[in-house]
Design a protein around this ligand. Structure first.
Ligand SMILES: Cc1cc2nc3c(=O)[nH]c(=O)nc-3n(C[C@H](O)[C@H](O)[C@H](O)COP(=O)(O)O)c2cc1C
Ligand code: SF4
Ligand code: SF4
Length: 435
């Protein structure tokens, strides 16, 4: 049986599944039930200075799929709306009752040293295992010079991180905002400030949809709305890329990462870990489906690790980083061609329309003697773009088959078709590509 326990920058946890700072970790009642369900740790809902924040009604909206499944979730909530004293008291009690679980306290304070110096000893006194700096909240708090207003300026990230390192011995995790052009800059700044780890992503600026009768976006507050923070399944690709960017960056490659964003099952978690994360955090999936989703996450991950022969999380952590490279290092001689399994094909024609209208006219449509439609790939025309495979509604009906070209690895920097080709020694380039 695989060992799911982790040591994340000195913080021990029985499994890599933590609840992210948000309503699921808002109070002792929730956190205790989460621990009973099996979560390895929590990042407590962000604390700030008193008086506590005040929230509006309503607060959430969603981007729905065709069957009303929630693809993305949007919120305009602020940090905790309960007093610092109540939160600290509850954190102390929960940590005392659940000593083996990771307890991280999220903090957001003004960009001045004194408030940080004042709050950190109070947090340390709770027995918490670490702190997370919320530099990511995209709404409400930036207007007050906090949250994303700090996270978007690397110099501020470094400065505040350094204050925290000065005033606490607890591990400091810096939570990054995705609302920035290049996430590597605040990650480097966090490291320069002495951060023990980064966590990402916080929510993405968003407006999900409108009430077109009232001409106002959701969530509606009276007659108006405001942009919120987007999360849930839809943001997973953005988060995975940002995690990989930091893991690949030579300047931050050694920085532990807590992966967040759209994680809803064990496979999502395994992907984040393979691309650089040492643990993962979950918010929206728990809000939509309850705390018990962690059971499937733990079971699924553990079973998969057993089938792969991974004894512990470290055995596959960062394993996909070396295979994630810049476009210019991809193999120009690699070729795949679509193949349609005629036994599985339901003759819907979706692949034909997609390829005919918007790709390379590489699928032929024919009607046989029995009047049955048949779709065939024209191998000579297929560029292997994957579009037909993506549009096909039948699982594994279209597969992309690698072709034997007999040609060696050659990337764009070496390609004679590239007017700026650099005659680089192939071995060195292959090494850079992680091939
Ligand atoms: C309603 C709501 C409230 C949130 N509040 C906080 C917060 O107080 N502090 C924080 O750092 N992140 C907060 N977040 C962001 C989450 O911690 C997390 O970074 C984000 O939702 C992405 O993860 P997910 O896709 O699993 O939801 C909040 C998210 C939601 C949906
Ligand atoms: S892979 Fe692209 S080019 Fe080839 S058949 Fe499919 S859609 Fe057409
Ligand atoms: S989309 Fe798939 S099922 Fe539909 S015709 Fe093409 S191969 Fe067949």
């Amino acid at each position: 049986m695989a060992d799911l326990s982790i040591d994340f920058c000195g913080i021990k946890s029985p499994n890599p599944f933590w609840l992210a700072s948000a309503p699921p970790t808002d109070k002792a009642y929730n956190v205790v039930r989460a621990f009973e369900a099996g979560w390895g740790g929590v990042v407590w809902k962000t604390l700030g200075e008193d008086p506590p924040a005040v929230n509006v009604s309503s607060r959430y909206s969603a981007h729905y799929g065709k069957n009303r499944e929630v693809i993305g979730f949007n919120n305009i909530e602020l940090i905790t709306d309960r007093s610092l004293e109540i939160n600290l008291r509850e954190i102390t009690q929960v940590k005392k009752d659940w000593p083996d679980r990771a307890m991280i306290v999220s903090l957001m304070l003004p960009c001045e040293e004194a408030p940080w110096a004042a709050i950190l000893p109070l947090v340390e006194a709770t027995g918490a295992d670490g702190i997370e700096l919320n530099f990511g909240c995209p709404h409400g708090m930036p207007e007050r010079g906090m949250g994303a207003a700090v996270g978007q300026v690397p110099e501020y990230v470094q400065m505040v991180t350094a204050w925290c390192k000065k005033h606490t011995r607890l591990p400091v995790i810096v939570k990054l905002t995705p609302n920035i052009t290049d996430v590597r800059h605040p990650a480097r700044a966090a490291l320069a400030g002495g951060a023990d780890a980064v966590s990402l992503i916080n929510t993405v600026n968003s407006i999900t949809h409108l009430d077109l009768d009232r001409m106002v976006a959701y969530p509606i507050v009276g007659e108006a709305s405001t942009h919120g923070g987007y999360c849930g399944s839809a943001v997973k690709p953005i988060a995975l890329n940002m995690v990989a960017e930091i893991a690949r960056d030579p300047m931050t490659a050694s920085l532990p990462i807590s992966g967040i964003g759209g994680i809803g099952n064990w496979r999502d978690a395994a992907e984040f870990i393979a691309l650089g994360a040492g643990c993962v955090q979950v918010c929206t999936a728990a809000m939509l489906h309850g705390f018990r989703i962690v059971e499937e996450m733990k079971d699924g991950l553990s079973r998969w690790m057993d089938t792969q022969g991974y004894a512990d999380i470290a055995a596959f952590s960062r394993k996909a980083v070396r295979n994630t490279t810049d476009w210019k290092y991809l193999d120009m001689n690699y070729q795949v061609i679509a193949h349609i399994d005629q036994d599985k094909c339901i003759k819907c024609g979706k692949c034909y329309v997609a390829c005919e209208d918007t790709s390379h006219q590489a699928i032929a449509r024919a009607v046989d003697e029995a009047g049955t439609r048949r779709f065939e790939v024209i191998r000579e025309e297929c560029v292997g773009c994957n579009l037909c495979e993506i549009t096909c509604p039948v699982d594994s009906c279209i597969t992309m088959v690698p072709q034997e070209s007999g040609k060696p690895y050659m990337n764009w920097t070496q390609d004679p078709r590239n007017p700026r080709a650099e005659p680089a020694p192939a071995a060195a380039v292959v090494e850079q590509a992680g091939a």
